[in-house]
Design a protein around this ligand. Sequence first.
Ligand SMILES: [Zn+2]
Length: 417
Amino acid sequence: MTSLPINHTVLERFLRYVVIDTQSDPASPTCPSTEKQKDLGRLLARELQELGLKDAHLDEHGYVYATIPATTDKKKVPVICFCSHMDTSPDCTGENVRPQVVRNYQGGDIVLPKDRTQIIRAAEHPALADQIGNDIVTTDGTTLLGADNKAGVAEIMDAAKFLVDNAQIRHGTIKILFTPDEEIGRGVDKADLRKLGADFGYTIDGESAGHLEDETFSADGATIHIEGVSTHPGFAKGKMEHAIKIASRIIDALPKDTCSPETTEGREGFVHPTGISGTLESATIQLIMRDFTEQGLKQKAALLEDTIKEVIKDYPRSTYRLTIKEQYRNMKEVVDRHPEIVENAMEAIRRAGLKPIRSSIRGGTDGSRLSFMGLPCPNIFAGEHAFHSRLEWVSVQDMQAAVRTIVHLAMIFEERA
Ligand SMILES: [Zn+2]
């Protein structure tokens, strides 16, 4: 472990950022989906300006961009970008966040002060066992914390401050990108990658310290539209084909012991209904399909279509239409073309004093889409836990480890260029 003389500002920053409500809203058509996300964006742009990053700015869509200029003479150092999202989940309120710091945690449950029914139980949060002696930030029990992803924002800001203050540290050009609306799946809709001008990126939005995720689900959405046969119920014998009943039979015919979120883990994928609506005449089922491989996704689509065909056999005059829409793809395919992205990150985590662990995410990140837009972008830990809930927590020491990882990563790219 190479020690870095970092005078950390990550906790103060984190406490400053989480009290700003930045909840995104899936029902809003605008970008950013909520204007209040710009409150944090403006603050970050100003703080980056104050650090001396002259191009730091918040754009009209709610994205913050900044550049830390290179300190090396080497010409071939890749430009790398560190990225976090500013919004918090619509699943849990982010208004009036009141963080508390539990200093020198000694094990056991953490009861949240304002709502004592909210308890972070050691038994349910095994990651707490790694935090003995650390300082843990939680909420007062009435809101989420927003460590997802303001821990990442604060870590990138702290690392930027250290790099700016220590020009003797050699690194290439570093880009900073803070995005809105990640939690509603629109985090990169208006990201201007040409303006960003980075070769590789890293989202700082992972869970446990030491983790690097270079693989996500591949995801498709499916819609099944069913046209039944409507007749007057008093004269329907042998004629009526009820669209709602056909739709329910399709859902019921999906596998029960496998292939669903509640029966799978690890590298298994699933087919998962997310919505159903209908009348006698027609019905619609919305589903999502997830798998780590393209072939696995194809099998899920085939399974779905076979299921529909089997059910609809009993309804000879009814019809169905199955539409499948790509949502995002496993970033691994793109990231693997540049092995140094993962190798350098693993080395940076090691130099930060942690054991690097490479894993996959049963979900997507901003990085899944960025990778396919031309910016290969795995995910590095930010230390956030129990996100999207009132029990959310993060430790100060994990945030500091993420800051060290970011700084080392910048140095390693220069060193190896
Ligand atoms: Zn996140």
